[in-house]
Design a protein around this ligand. Structure first.
Ligand SMILES: C[S@@+](CC[C@H](N)C(=O)[O-])C[C@H]1O[C@@H](n2cnc3c(N)ncnc32)[C@H](O)[C@@H]1O
Length: 466
């Protein structure tokens, strides 16, 4: 009695954890891409595209980026059992869980204390994934499970239900610290503002002048006011009194905030609220396609970018725009380690966020690089380009993962991989030993630094006393 039981998800193979070598990232300048000239003040050039398995890539990023990523957005394979043209989506449930757990643990280390993680997922795995995230990120850091309305018309061929929405799980790295940004009001919210009386202060909407209190509860709110058009005294009902006391009412009158209807004959006034005074709104947990886009839209965006060879499961740019609006500000670092066709990077680039993307499939070369090249050159007119008046600019560096530092020779002995040259070796040893690779220009034995006073020297020569 009284003993707390630890509840956790179990699966076959949960205890097996990969031993990861922090690999070096090798830049290939041929595949990197930069705008020919600066276009804006805040152009960002040092974004990163990494080709390779995200487990190794996330590990490779750990040393430099731990605690620095403001927003991680991932759209992993949903494990639906489908075979898409660019990747397979049908792992054994337990293997999928291990795969996600290992990556989530690294992602958590990369997140800034005021950062957040966003995962799109459908009914197949969402409930397991939620519990898994509770385990990795802490149940107390769960923020919301949003519903993104991804489908415009129902799938009438569905056997059970038309799957009309995806979940977006949102976790904070530290919920005590993280807060979502508020959103600018949308057109339909702004559409409620009109100006039927030609008020010089601009469009307004109105709300009731009474409140749900009785005269017995709030006697100071039960008093007569004057209709300036008819000159008559007007009383509220005893069961629903004015929302303002006498002095606030006088101020409202002086400021011309009362509206008595078009010809001044309304029985009760309403109070005006001006559009110019509206505050941004809190994000809601249902994301309608009118604002966050839908799957048909992302297909069209992708077909426009890659006629005839579009990616099978892209997300719409408007969805990513909304995620980044809520979870980041310009200049923040955004990471997507299941990049697909590169929507996150394209949107981040257009929104002035720094980004890192990882993709394992060949579409890293056939889709992501050309897409981002177009974005940088100002030649992608689709997605959110027009809404943001994006003109191009900035760039990214392309990296691949270095091979493992160690290999076995034909006698089974562990040796340093022959693919490593002296520079790669120095960089890899710095990484393994927790030093920052920063070869000195003047002192040959300083390859990397750990603190102000410690240096590392990597050599394959025999060391002398000196
Ligand atoms: C659903 S798609 C992402 C689509 C993307 N949000 C977009 O808008 O195009 C998932 C992607 O994750 C990639 N992926 C799966 N396992 C991976 C791994 N271990 N490392 C890197 N990428 C991986 C797949 O190749 C696929 O491109």
């Amino acid at each position: 009695m009284g003993q707390k039981q630890k509840l956790e998800l179990t699966w076959i193979g949960k205890e097996n954890r990969p031993r990861l070598e922090p690999r070096v990232l090798l830049e290939d300048p041929e595949k990197s891409c930069h705008a020919a000239e600066r276009i804006g003040e805040n152009d960002i050039f040092d974004n990163r595209l990494i080709f390779g398995d995200n487990l190794l890539a996330l590990k490779a990023l750990e040393q430099e980026f731990a605690g620095k990523v403001k927003c991680v957005f991932i759209d992993p394979p949903y494990n639906t059992g489908s075979a898409f043209s660019h990747y397979d989506d049908g792992l054994e449930h337990s293997i999928w869980l291990s795969l996600m757990r290992d990556r989530l643990e690294l992602i958590r280390r990369l997140l800034a204390d005021d950062g957040s993680l966003w995962i799109t997922i459908d009914d197949n795995e969402v409930h397991y994934l939620k519990v898994l995230c509770d385990e990795v990120l802490g149940r107390s850091n769960f923020v919301a499970s949003l519903a993104w309305h991804k489908r415009v018309s129902p799938a009438n061929d569905a056997k059970f239900f038309s799957g009309d929405f995806d979940h977006i799980l949102v976790f904070a790295r530290n919920k005590e610290v993280w807060r979502p940004n508020r959103l600018a009001r949308n057109e339909s919210q702004l559409g409620n503002y009109r100006n039927p009386d030609g008020d010089a202060r601009g469009a307004w909407n109105s709300s009731a002048y009474t409140c749900a209190k009785t005269a017995d509860e709030r006697p100071n709110l039960y008093y007569p006011i004057k209709n300036p058009f008819s000159g008559q005294e007007v009383w509220p009902s005893r069961t629903r009194v004015w929302a303002y006391d006498r002095s606030s009412h006088e101020r409202n009158v002086q400021q011309g905030l009362l509206y008595w209807g078009k010809d001044g004959t309304a029985r009760m006034p309403r109070i005006k609220k001006f559009e110019t005074e509206t505050r941004p709104v809190v994000p809601r947990s249902i994301w309608e396609y009118e604002e966050a886009g839908h799957n048909q839209e992302s297909k069209l965006e992708n077909e426009k970018l890659f006629p005839g060879v579009s990616f099978s499961t892209p997300k719409p740019e408007r969805l990513l725009k909304r995620v980044l609006e809520v979870a980041s500000v310009p200049g923040d670092l955004v990471l997507d380690s299941f990049a697909g066709s590169g929507t996150t990077g394209a949107v981040a680039q257009k929104m002035g966020r720094r980004w890192i993307m990882v993709e394992l499939g060949e579409h890293c070369h056939t889709h992501i690089i050309p897409r981002l090249q177009k974005v940088i050159d100002g030649k992608d007119s689709g997605g959110i380009t027009e809404a943001l008046k994006w003109k191009g600019g900035g760039g990214f560096r392309y990296y691949r993962l270095a091979p493992s530092l160690l290999e076995r020779d034909r006698f089974g002995m562990v040796i340093i991989s022959k693919q490593y040259n002296a520079t790669m070796l120095a960089e890899a040893m710095c990484k393994l030993m927790g030093f920052r690779y920063e070869p000195s220009d003047s002192v040959y034995w300083q390859h990397g630094k750990s603190t102000e006073t410690d240096f590392i020297f990597v050599t394959t020569q025999t060391l002398s006393v000196e």
